[in-house]
Design a protein around this ligand. Structure first.
Ligand code: HEM
Length: 300
């Protein structure tokens, strides 16, 4: 019998585009498309689901106008967003390991909707981001965490999508030690500057004998930490994107039950996160993801 953990872990991971590529196979690729639409075509969800063949997955979310469940995101600092890259009615994301299958599925989605996206971005998963750091490390992992942080009571969730252009050259000109103080973790093994194992949890309270924070006050992991932002945890499922030397960065996607988890965290980053000096946001949207797009959460 399939265990609840397997159902939630594997099915969900697949739908959120995290674990669909064979372990030794090519990197997972994604195409994210945002459309303007007054309504969904009849049978859209079923027709979209039929596009998923092989390891290709497809998910969708509805913007504030179509869902009635969420409000548009407010403006944040360091945004440079063209009008067509802000908001949107419908998010469709296809992910998989086969570039041709992905491109065919994207064409089918355009045909299904009878239009082209307002904006589109391809991305790929890599164990380290463009800055050379392990990412992601901290995410909800247990069924209880998914239930309390990611799913709404009806099994739906809320996706925030942001295209974050990175000034990687300027960041990489810092010494490794300076880079690590910006992030709050070691570059080689992902260990937090507070000490502990590779990819371990950060201890925000840890200090040097003379009373200095081991994780600096403006380090990204401190500013983004759920304790510091006073918000819940978000599930981050970002992808690296590369539109050429002048436009490379992180296609940030987070899932949370409450949009305030994102807005409170982003506000806290804007107030004093050293990493944000290297980031410009060039696209932004929020979408309600119906429960039908993923397996039902097993009862408690
Ligand atoms: C291009 C911009 C960004 C880069 C390069 C980046 C990179 C990183 C890295 C390397 C880590 C440490 C490893 C990990 O836990 O995954 C991290 C942690 C984290 N980031 Fe970002 N990040 C970016 C933007 C954001 C944004 C916009 C948010 C949310 C508004 C965010 C939220 C978080 C959270 C919640 C953590 C975990 C903190 C903890 O509890 O330890 N990040 N990020």
């Amino acid at each position: 019998m399939t265990s609840r953990r397997t159902l939630l872990g594997a099915g969900l991971a697949c739908l959120l585009g995290t674990a669909c590529a064979p372990a030794s196979g090519p990197a997972l690729l994604t195409r994210l498309m945002v459309f303007q639409a007054d309504r969904l075509p009849t049978g859209f969800a079923e027709r979209l689901a039929r596009l998923a063949t092989g390891d290709l997955t497809a998910m969708y979310g509805l913007g504030p106008r179509l869902s009635g469940e969420i409000a548009e995101l407010p403006a944040f600092a360091r945004e440079h967003i063209a009008p067509e890259c802000r908001g949107g009615d419908l998010l469709v994301q296809v992910s998989g390991s086969d570039r041709t299958a992905l491109s065919r599925a994207a064409t089918d989605v355009n045909a299904l909707l009878g239009r082209r996206p307002r904006w589109v971005q391809d991305g790929f998963r890599s164990g380290r981001n463009l800055l050379g750091f392990h990412d992601p490390i901290v995410n909800p992992a247990t069924e209880a965490e998914f239930r309390s942080e990611v799913w709404r009571p009806d099994g739906s969730t809320v996706a925030v999508v942001r295209r974050l252009r990175l000034d990687a050259d300027r960041f990489l000109a810092l010494t490794v030690e300076e880079q690590e103080r910006v992030v709050g973790r070691r570059r080689d093994d992902g260990a937090p500057l507070s000490g502990g194992p590779p990819r371990g949890l950060a201890d925000l309270h840890a200090k040097t004998p003379d009373g200095q924070w081991l994780i600096p006050a403006d380090a990204h992991v401190r500013r983004a930490h759920a304790l510091a932002s006073g918000s819940g945890m978000m599930l981050r499922r970002g992808f690296t994107y590369d539109n050429g030397p002048a436009d490379r960065g992180l296609l940030f996607v987070s899932y949370q039950r409450d949009p305030r988890t994102f807005t409170a965290t982003q506000a806290r980053l804007d107030e004093g996160d050293a990493l944000m000096a290297y980031v410009t946001t060039t696209a932004s949207g929020i979408f309600w993801v119906p429960s039908a797009v993923r397996p039902a959460v097993p009862p408690a």
